[in-house]
Design a protein around this ligand. Structure first.
Ligand code: FAD
Length: 317
């Protein structure tokens, strides 16, 4: 079932979770171990992130270096199928432009359709680790909106293989990313919002946001979206703060602000356990307020912290 159908049929705020594919070498059981306790909350869907390959240089026996492409977290499509099969629950694979040609993307979409997965979250992806700026593949997409248009084309039976006539029309529900605090490359929030609008106008069915720790930023973002005619559901993405290092890492990597009340409390904490407690209480409060605001879904980035998410959702159900 599509994310938008879950939202349309909901009687209360829904809950969903997001997982990373396990590192190469680990088994699918590690994902089940992560998700098992969370199933108590009957999530409407589970997202699985996508991670592009990285260029690495491996030393050979003769002392020279060999350039190799390594995917540390492979398997997004297969993990979505496995979760769907194991728990009988809807899954949302993330699809990115980075590292993909249009034809490889098309094949991934066909695989998803064959597997009965009818949701995708369409993203651009970040620059590769060895690049300063995002570089599209020679036959790939430069922006999420272009990838989104490819998915919409496929929904209309338009394939990259131009000689396919009367092909199947896989009916995907398409999600797109939004940034309450602005995407870091955008010159300003207004420009970023206009790019977001063009994704919605091109066929995105809902928006899922970057994490934020100050709900006022989200409320303003929703207001700004509505003001420029974006009327699709907006799902807040939520992440717990669980250690002191995140006070610098999260702003650096995700370009989000940590409110002073939260950072002060974390700085004063004596143990990691105390920080986790503060982070959980903050997330519970955020969740309760967002629920009261009327968000359709509370989407939690579980990212290695299923216990914190468990304690949070338990508190608000
Ligand atoms: P875009 O919408 O393409 O925007 C990128 C930048 O370009 C923005 O600054 C935007 O304002 C600008 N822009 C957009 N369109 C145009 C245009 N036509 N002309 C000029 N400028 C334009 N990354 C992963 O690698 N894997 C994941 O699984 C993943 N999941 C994510 C899930 C969520 C909910 C979010 C919020 C992010 C996720 N990311 C993931 C990170 C994401 O890939 C990065 O934030 C990336 O830098 C931008 O992706 P986007 O889809 O927002 O890009």
């Amino acid at each position: 079932m599509k994310v938008t159908d879950h939202i349309a049929q909901a009687k209360d705020t829904l809950v969903s979770f997001e997982v990373l594919p396990p590192l190469k070498g680990k088994t699918i059981q590690s994902i089940y171990d992560h998700l098992d306790p969370l199933m108590e909350f009957k999530p409407s869907f589970i997202n699985v992130t996508y991670h592009r390959s990285e260029t690495m240089f491996k030393k050979k026996a003769d002392g020279t270096f060999e350039r190799v492409e390594v995917r540390k977290r492979p398997g997004t499509v297969a993990i979505c199928a496995a979760i769907k099969n194991h728990y009988n629950i809807d899954t949302v694979p993330h699809l990115i432009c980075g590292g993909f040609s249009k034809r490889v993307t098309e094949d991934a979409l066909i695989d998803l359709n064959f597997l009965g997965i009818d949701n995708v979250l369409v993203l651009r992806g970040d620059a590769a680790k060895n690049e300063t700026n995002f570089e599209p593949e020679p036959d790939g997409h430069a922006y999420a909106v272009d990838l989104l248009k490819q998915v919409v084309d496929l929904k209309n039976g338009i394939y990259q293989e131009e000689d396919i006539k009367n092909g199947g029309k896989p009916d995907f529900c398409i999600g797109t990313a939004g940034y309450p605090e602005k995407h870091f490359e955008a010159p300003n929030l207004q420009t970023d919002l206009l790019h977001l609008k063009s994704k919605v106008d091109s066929g995105a069915d809902y928006i899922m946001t970057q994490m934020f720790f100050d709900n006022n930023k989200f409320y303003q973002f929703v207001k700004d979206c509505r003001a420029i005619g974006i009327d699709v559901p907006i799902i807040p993405g939520l992440k717990p703060l669980t250690n002191k290092k995140q006070l610098t890492i999260l702003p650096k990597i995700f370009h989000v602000d940590i409110p002073a009340d939260l950072s002060d409390a974390v700085m004063k904490a004596k143990t990691d356990q105390d920080v986790e407690q503060i982070g959980t209480e903050w997330l519970v409060q955020q969740s309760k307020e967002l629920k009261a605001f009327g968000v359709p879904v509370l989407h939690y980035y579980t990212l290695g912290k299923p216990k914190v998410i468990y304690n949070t959702v338990k508190e608000i159900r």
